[in-house]
Structure formats: structure tokens, C-alpha cells
Write a protein that binds this ligand. Structure first.
Ligand code: CO
Length: 463
């Protein structure tokens, strides 16, 4: 009997870093351990995309592209992986296709192997350009489905989406439970349903916020998942991923083949352990995020969304209305056609529910984000939007039914013209398009540093 192999994606450099310390891990902190991580036998190292790009420019004074090149250089043996929000790239607005294609191309050129591509609404039109370009560049496109529970998100619905992704040409399917609310049975059933519908490897991503993580991954592996996302134990648990070492141990005991080198994994973890202590001492890592908070399961909303609501109501001295807001939340979600409660939908639904309760009348005030969503600017709602609400917002105007990006003019040349000589390469232009202010500040600081390092050049300029 051949043992089922389960492979590991290590998230310490991206999602664990993002979930526990708001993505503040500087390159210099982890550079010394990259060659070790490269020898551990991971399926991939998730090391870029998500919030890392923004954080590099905004907080760390790093060029994200340079970070990617350095990781590539230090890790020639392991596939590098990034997270990409489809047509939104690494932000929350839709970018035109020329920008999406250039971003994907430059990511691959600078060393990316696997691009995990998702859309918050699972509107696959919003990922097709990124998938197409990834494939054209010869990289691996991992087609991603955001997990959520609702009457319309059935096993059959997810399986159909997986079939569409396979037709698009993706090389793997990722089930992405960003909120950490997928239970072991849901994972088992979902992996099986997808495995029965497509021929592709299945990857499972979850968070351990509610404590379900290891059980969920174990059952996913039992159902045939090929790859699981885990984080080195030092950076694991709580809002991060389940621990790499623990999952490897449990899966081997269950008879799975795990090709990780335990000694090297331990070496890597021993390296990160003191860093975690420093982050706690500096206040960057709040130990409460490492705990278990099952509230998300009680209210069926992500933990982050719950703490946002509490903060929002506390700020207005209205925390007493929390129960009402929590009752209103699923109603708003239903009115909006059951969007998965992930950014930016979780904020939108939560804020609208709070507004409905605080105003004492439903939809007396409607946020501009909810209006844009109902107009179809985020994509197609998974279910039916409440027709009354739609009429209230749109009147007799029809919503947009095309892909929103089809309405956008190309963006690359315009950004290039705006930046002029401040951009030194196409990567700079893409940084600027993604985060204009942060990129400009970064370019200015970089320029100042260069002038300081090379005073001779500075004098010549003054001539
Ligand atoms: Co995640």
C-alpha cells in the first residue's frame, strides 16, 4: 500500500507574519535563516504578496521587489509562493488589465513560482486575467475558493467553481478559509467534493483562531488534500496557521508520508523563537492573538470582524447594542446575497449592520461601499441581492453586469508619465500604482540615501 503524501506550505514569512505581527517582519530579521528554510523540504514558501508589499513600503523602508529577489537568491531549491487578490492585486480596488498583467509578469520575473489567486466574492471573472498571465509566464496558478458557510454555498456550488477553475487552466485548487471558521467535517466534505470533481491537487488554508485548525487540516488530509498551509511553531497558533511540526507529527502517525526534514525544521524554528520573544517584549505581538477564541463560531462571523464591531460600538458608547448588531449582521449579509465575510465584505456588512441598529431604521444610511457593491462594482454577488434594497440604491438603473475591470482605462502608461524620472524601473511604477503615497515616500527616502552614500554624484548634480 502506498502512503498518501501530504506536502507543506510554510507561511512564516507571509501569513503568519501578517496574522501575528501585522506583517512587520523586516527582511534583515529572517535573511540569515532563508538557506535553512530552503533545505527543509517544503512544497512552497509563502513569502510575498498579501500585506507584505504594503508593509515593506509603508513601515519597513524596503523595496518589496528587492525582498523577493533576495529570497529567490537564497532559496534556489524551494518554490516561492505569493497571495494575489485577483483583479485587486494587493489592494482593494480593481486595476485595469494592463496593470494586472504587468504585476504578474514582474512577480514571476523577479522569482515567483506559485501565485495563489482569489476573489473575495468568488467571482471568477475577477481572477481570470491574473490566472491567464500567470500561465503565460510559465508559473503555477493556484485557483482559490474563499470558504464561507451560507445556504447558497453548497458542496455542489464549490465543486462547480473548482471545475470552472480547472477549465481556466489552474494547476491546483486552494480552499481558503481566511476567517478560520471551517470545521473538520466541512473541510473533509469540501475536499472530497472537489477531489471528485477535478483532477487537480487540492491545497487547504485555514487559521487557528477558533482552535479548529489542526483538526480541520487533519480531516482535510484524510479526505485527500495534497498540500496544507502551516507555520513554524514559533509563529503558529491563534490567528496564525497550525504548527508545521505538530501537523507533520500527527500526519505521519496517521500513515501519511511527510517529506519534511525535522532537524532542519527545528533549526529554523529555533531561529524564530527569540524573535517572537522580542516582538512580544516590544509590544508588536499581543499574546492574546495566540489564544483560542471560539466566539467566531458562536456568531458565525470572523474573529477580526467581531473585534471591529466591538471597537466601533465602544467608540460610540453603544456597546450595549452589540447583541442587536450581531443579530442584524446575518440579515444584512443575506440582503447582500451572502458574500463571504472576508475583507472588504466583512467590514462592509459589519458597518452596515451597526448603522442599521444605531439609526433605528434599516438602510436609513447606506455606505458608499455598499452602494458600489450593489451596483456590481465588486463583482457578482454569490446570491440574489434583496430587490427592495437594490431598488432603493439604484432606482430603476440596472446594476453593472460586466466585469468591472472592463470599464477601466489602461493604467500603466499614465502612472509612468506621472512618476517621470522618479521611477527607476517598471517595478517602481507598479509599486506606485499599488500604493502611491507609500511608494513616493519610499522613492524619496531611497534617493536621499543614495545621495548620502555617493556624495560625488550629489556634487555633480549641483554643478
Ligand atoms: Co490566511
Amino acid at each position: 500500500m502506498t502512503m498518501k503524501q501530504v506536502q507543506f506550505t510554510e507561511t512564516v514569512l507571509r501569513d503568519a507574519n501578517q496574522s501575528l505581527i501585522a506583517t512587520r517582519l523586516p527582511f534583515a530579521n529572517f535573511a540569515p535563516i532563508l538557506q535553512t528554510l530552503d533545505q527543509a523540504g517544503y512544497y512552497s514558501l509563502e513569502c510575498w504578496g498579501g500585506a507584505t508589499f504594503d508593509s515593506c513600503l509603508r513601515y519597513l523602508g524596503e523595496d518589496p521587489w528587492e525582498r523577493l529577489r533576495q529570497i529567490r537568491k537564497a532559496c534556489p531549491n524551494t518554490k516561492l509562493q505569493m497571495l494575489l487578490r485577483g483583479q485587486n492585486l494587493l489592494g482593494y480596488k480593481h486595476y485595469p488589465d494592463d496593470v494586472v498583467r504587468a504585476f504578474v509578469r514582474k512577480s514571476v520575473e523577479n522569482g515567483m513560482d506559485i501565485i495563489r489567486i482569489f476573489d473575495a466574492l468568488n467571482d471568477l471573472r475577477n481572477i481570470e486575467t491574473a490566472v491567464d498571465e500567470t500561465l503565460k509566464c510559465g508559473a503555477h496558478a493556484s485557483g482559490t475558493l474563499c470558504f464561507t458557510a451560507s445556504p447558497i454555498h453548497t458542496l455542489n456550488n464549490f465543486a462547480q467553481l473548482a471545475v470552472q477553475l480547472e477549465k481556466m487552466g489552474v494547476q491546483s485548487i486552494c480552499i481558503k478559509d481566511m476567517a478560520g471558521i471551517m470545521g473538520p467535517k466541512e473541510a473533509y466534505d469540501l475536499v472530497r467534493a472537489i477531489k471528485q470533481s477535478v483532477q487537480l491537487p487540492v491545497v487547504v488554508h485555514t487559521h487557528n483562531t477558533t482552535g479548529l485548525g489542526p483538526m480541520t487540516l487533519l480531516k482535510a488530509a484524510e479526505a485527500g488534500a495534497d498540500v496544507i498551509d502551516t507555520a513554524l511553531s514559533a509563529f503558529s497558533g491563534g490567528t496564525s496557521q497550525p504548527a508545521t511540526e505538530t501537523m507533520a507529527y500527527a500526519l505521519r502517525q496517521m500513515g501519511c508520508e511527510v517529506r519534511l526534514n525535522d532537524k532542519i525544521v527545528k533549526e529554523a524554528n529555533d531561529f524564530f523563537q527569540p524573535l517572537v520573544k522580542n516582538f512580544i517584549a516590544e509590544g508588536l505581538l499581543n499574546p492574546t492573538v495566540l489564544g483560542t477564541s471560539p466566539d467566531a463560531l458562536i456568531y458565525q462571523i470572523p474573529g477580526g470582524m467581531l473585534s471591529n464591531l466591538v471597537a466601533q460600538l465602544t467608540a460610540q458608547n453603544k456597546l450595549g447594542l452589540l447583541d442587536e448588531v450581531l443579530t442584524e449582521t446575518p440579515r444584512v449579509r443575506e440582503d447582500l446575497g451572502y458574500p463571504p465575510l472576508v475583507t472588504p465584505m466583512s467590514q462592509m456588512v459589519g458597518a452596515q449592520a451597526a448603522s442599521n441598529v444605531l439609526a433605528g431604521a434599516r438602510y436609513k444610511n447606506i455606505s458608499k461601499e455598499v452602494r458600489a457593491y450593489v451596483r456590481g462594482e465588486y463583482g457578482k454577488a454569490p446570491g440574489q441581492i434583496n430587490p427592495e434594497l437594490q431598488h432603493k440604491i439604484l432606482g430603476d438603473d440596472p446594476p453593472i453586469t460586466c466585469r468591472f475591470a472592463d470599464l477601466l482605462p489602461p493604467g500603466l502608461e499614465a502612472a509612468k508619465a506621472e512618476l517621470g524620472s522618479r521611477a527607476t524601473c517598471e517595478e517602481d511604477i507598479l509599486s506606485y500604482i499599488a500604493f502611491p503615497q507609500q511608494a513616493e515616500t519610499f522613492f524619496a527616502a531611497r534617493e536621499a540615501k543614495r545621495s548620502k552614500t555617493f556624495p560625488y554624484v550629489l556634487r555633480k548634480v549641483e554643478d
